[in-house]
Design a protein around this ligand. Structure first.
Ligand code: FAD
Length: 285
């Protein structure tokens, strides 16, 4: 079987938006709702679409971000631009315009790890704060013809995993392996969807693993799955954690490139990791 995915490219645009609401979904995750006229035509169709969010420079508090002028993206000519990748969790039209939800992990808040500018901004986000969102560059749909979807996600990849579940056609069985810091993150898994409906994870068969219980559990859990010829596997989260997952799927099981997507959303000890870099530098795709 070939795992064909519909795809579309989007003109790159930068959109200003203001914080309209902040909800704490779990001790280490906030859902920030943005509003603004410029969000109206933001395309966010695919489950793993992502945007570059421009945050204020922590040193000065100033926001230096691109602007769209006459359909062209213009980079800032001064200052330090600080941007990170995030998943548009939900986009909706309201009586007042368009709203965009992002769900941001507050790392460093209670795990002792160094917090980056995005996490620090999110920890103190307030109504009225302004940011710029650029992208997404493109969208890809759920592969056609699959009968099972396996999702492997840590907290940073849960917005995308939730979108995969929401977009999986009825009849596609969804199995999720969640790599969570500890049981406090359960509140995030169980939180209502942005539209107030039940958590999308309620529709899936979910295994919760807790990093506090030790390393290596994610790869072990993936090894215990029965991955069939019509199963698509998507995994995202901490890059080093996912290397053995990818090795198992691609090399031990021999799954073809288009049946597996493993994306290193962040890497322990690395600031602003570029997720286009090979997950496993010794074995690039
Ligand atoms: C396509 C894509 C989509 C993404 N979607 C989301 C999303 O929807 N929600 C979300 O929260 N994140 C998402 N991420 C991950 C997010 O971009 C990174 O976690 C990012 O590094 C956070 O920026 P920062 O400024 O807080 O930290 P950085 O300045 O990048 O890093 C500072 C330090 O913090 C560490 N660090 C970074 N992230 C974490 C973490 N989660 N836990 C513990 N330590 C960490 C780094 O290793 C580094 O040591 C996505 C990433 C990609 C590539």
């Amino acid at each position: 079987m070939t795992f064909e995915r519909t795809g579309s490219r989007h003109d790159l645009a930068a959109r200003r938006a203001r914080v309209a609401r902040v909800i704490r979904l779990a001790p280490s995750v906030v859902r920030v709702t943005f509003a603004g006229d410029e969000l109206a035509d933001l395309p966010a169709e695919g489950p793993e679409d992502h945007v570059k969010v421009f945050f204020p420079d922590p040193a000065t508090g100033e926001l230096h971000a691109p602007r769209t002028v006459d359909g062209t993206l213009q980079r800032p000519t001064s200052g330090v631009s600080v941007s990170r990748d995030y998943t548009p969790r939900a986009l909706r039209a309201t009586a007042d315009g368009t709203e965009l939800d992002l769900e941001l992990v507050l790392h460093g808040v209670d795990d002792g790890a160094p917090a980056g500018p995005a996490s620090s901004w999110a920890a103190s986000a307030e109504v009225g704060d302004e940011l710029v969102v650029a992208g997404p560059r493109g969208s890809r749909g759920v592969p056609a013809g699959i009968d099972r979807l396996v999702l492997v996600a840590d907290e940073t990849a849960m917005p995308a995993a939730a979108r995969w579940i929401e977009q999986a056609p009825t009849g596609v069985a969804v199995t999720v392996i969640l790599d969570l810091a500890d049981e406090k993150a359960d509140a995030y898994v169980d939180a209502p969807a942005p539209d107030g409906g039940p958590s999308p994870f309620a529709r899936a068969s979910v295994e919760r693993l807790y990093r506090i219980d030790g390393p290596g559990q994610v790869a072990e859990a993936v090894r215990s799955l029965d991955v069939g010829a019509t199963t698509f596997v998507w995994a995202a989260g901490e890059a080093t954690t996912l290397i053995p997952v990818r090795r198992y799927l691609r090399h031990e099981l021999g799954l073809p490139h288009d049946q597996v997507k493993v994306d290193g959303y962040w890497k322990r000890g690395v600031t602003n990791r570029d997720h286009h870099e090979p997950l496993d530098p010794t074995d690039p795709d």
